[in-house]
Design a protein around this ligand. Structure first.
Ligand code: COA
Length: 258
């Protein structure tokens, strides 16, 4: 098994779930610089691995993470830092669903990683924030961009420029997380998301993720064209035919991912 710096991976092969857990005891799961590249490699490997259909990103213990390892930022070159966003975008590039399981502190790169996931499920003790400006820096792994797109420029400025912490209640109201549950129910809430997805065609899910992510910042005409092309392509698959036929036959579809 590969040793990763600051996180571990566990696989539930029966359910095709890989769980990545940020884990730095006593340091609120701070994310080492090396972990970012390792995470990106791991996601790229799992993209090709048919035994993995879902990835859950979590934190050990009572926090997701308090952010990047602050001291390490002075050890990295400016060029290295300017490329951090590529690694943190790995969950977004990953073709299959990624669920962020959030509790406690979800700060800095923690929020940036969560923003690159498809679903964010949070416990009611979650505290989200991008405090980097207080360190004389800015969120440098996609935080300024993805947060503003998701919750609007005004709210993003409050979070980034004023270092406003976002509570679970606000995160839900802003659409930043899809669900808030008591801490003890977080595991079950994540399982419910996966159970819902598990009913669906993995192929249609992949295509939906691809189209949603790629057209997000494209002009409407290009986005609509891409959506149309993807739709047409799916028409040639077994799962599309099966979904339509099962509806007509009044039975549950049997999707095969082809
Ligand atoms: N990088 C490096 N170390 C961190 C860290 C980070 N992002 N966040 C927490 N730690 C370390 C602390 O230095 C401390 O280590 P120590 O016991 O050896 O001194 C340990 O984790 C526990 O943190 P502590 O600050 O004592 O806990 P707290 O409950 O008093 O405060 C926070 C929690 C989250 C408010 C505080 O740790 C904090 O502000 N962290 C930095 C958040 C941040 O700016 N993130 C963005 C980084 S770019």
């Amino acid at each position: 098994m590969t040793d990763y710096e600051g996180f571990r991976i566990e696989r539930d092969d029966g359910r095709a779930i890989a769980t990545i857990t940020l884990d730095v005891p006593g340091k609120l799961n701070r994310v080492p610089l090396a972990a970012r590249g390792q995470l990106a490699h791991l996601f790229a490997e799992m993209a090709e691995d048919e035994a993995v259909r879902y990835v859950v990103l979590a934190g050990e213990g009572e926090a997701f993470t308090a952010g990047g390892d602050i001291a390490a930022f002075l050890e990295a070159s400016p060029e290295h830092l300017s490329r951090l966003a590529w690694n943190v975008a790995a969950p977004e590039r990953f073709p299959k669903p990624v669920i962020a399981k959030l509790r406690g502190y979800c700060l800095g790169v923690g929020l940036e990683l969560a923003l690159a996931c498809d679903f964010r499920v949070a416990a009611d003790d979650v505290e989200l924030g991008l405090p980097e400006v207080g360190l004389g820096m800015i969120p440098g792994s996609g935080g300024t961009q993805r947060l503003a797109r998701l919750v609007g420029l005004g709210r993003a400025k409050d979070v980034v420029m004023r270092r406003r912490r976002i509570s679970a209640e606000e995160a839900l109201a802003w659409g930043l997380v899809s669900e808030v549950v008591p801490v003890g129910e977080l595991e079950a809430a994540v399982d419910r998301v996966i159970a819902d997805l598990d009913q669906l065609s993995p192929l249609a899910l992949r295509m939906a993720k691809r189209v949603l992510n790629h057209v997000y910042d494209a002009p409407l005409s290009i986005g609509l064209e891409l959506e149309g092309l993807a739709y047409g392509l799916l028409r040639t698959t077994h799962d599309f035919r099966e979904g339509v036929q099962a509806f007509g036959d009044k039975r549950e579809p049997k999707f095969e991912g082809r």
